[in-house]
Design a protein around this ligand. Sequence first.
Ligand SMILES: *Cc1c(COP(=O)(O)O)cnc(C)c1O
Length: 407
Amino acid sequence: MSSNDTAKQPTAVMNTYARFPETMVRGEGVYLFDAENRRYLDFYTGIAVNALGHCHPHLVKCLQDQAAKLWHVSNLYHIEDQERLAKRLTAHSFADVAFFPNTGAEALEGLIKLARRYHFVTGNPQRWRIITASGAFHGRSLATISAANNPKHLEGFGPKVEGFDHVPFGNMNELRAAITEETAAILVEPIQGEGGINAAEMGYLKELRRCADEFGLLLILDEVQCGNGRTGKMWAHEWAEIKPDALATAKGLGGGFPVAAILATNDAAQGLTPGTHGTTFGGNPLAMAVANAVLDVLEGDGFMDHVIAVSGYLDQKLAGLVERHPTIFTAKKGFGLMLGLKCTDAITNGDIIGAAKAEGLLLVGASDNVIRILPPLTIENSHVDDAIAILDKVAAAQARRKVRTND
Ligand SMILES: *Cc1c(COP(=O)(O)O)cnc(C)c1O
């Protein structure tokens, strides 16, 4: 975005985001509408948040009903819908218990604290370091930028939070070599989002589980982006048939309402006793009502089958797109509805994202010149066809432009 765009509209909002010039004012299913009433097919969903599209009638109804009943009481009292959501999230997962923060970064902070406390209360207080992977993204708090170790996010913010050891994503030898007597846990994303839609090999996830068991470490997963049905299973790690000790999730969990969760086994969570961790807003009745409503849909008959079927269709169409435009795209990445297109060095992901937006299709960038494709889980094959038609048109135009500039 050029500085001219920002100059157009003086704003009282702090200058922390490079925003597109459009203002989005309304959402309806898989479509977003801007202030000029232009319609866009939303294949980025506020970065994997609007998992059921915009203004899903069931979510709207549950939110409105709850808004007329009770908004907030804090965690000094029991909250019915919090108990209910925890029961539902743990019922069909590795976990026994849930804790509800508000954002992904908070969920990761909680996971880090959980891992350190676990070893503290089980007699190994010297175990407090966590091994993390290159290309990771865990949020923007001081501890989570230190965990991910992206220099762009760390610059100018003073000394890093201590306690993180970084190894290349996917490399077991280096990970094993990094384990010391102080290691408490391994933390990875099953599919890295911001890092460029890098899906962990199933064998890597299995090896991480084996390695954690061998050394008495906790395996903690960041499923903030890849969880909540995005891959056609509730949790991405289920595809590898492993069980972590704890995970963090957020983005799709509230379908657009800010809510996050930490799920853990009783064993892993044993250090988090009354007084050790908390949040004022976390798990409040409004958030819990909406997250329960999202689960109603995710748990619906055939819903995950739909995600798997439509993601298979999209995946196949993206493969064709890459084949047709070899000067623009080098590869298709990811799986489920967490997909990406890697661009060639000849163009930037931003060129394609901007041109697609002008044609009415919204996408989002990631590191490594990757375009992220994160549509609502409710899309149909016809929406895939519309998106692919736009991408074909945009890629062909970019390829023609490239030929001209090369002349
Ligand atoms: C978005 C994201 C986070 C941070 O979530 P916030 O709600 O922005 O704090 C953490 N981890 C992953 C994998 C994410 O995609």
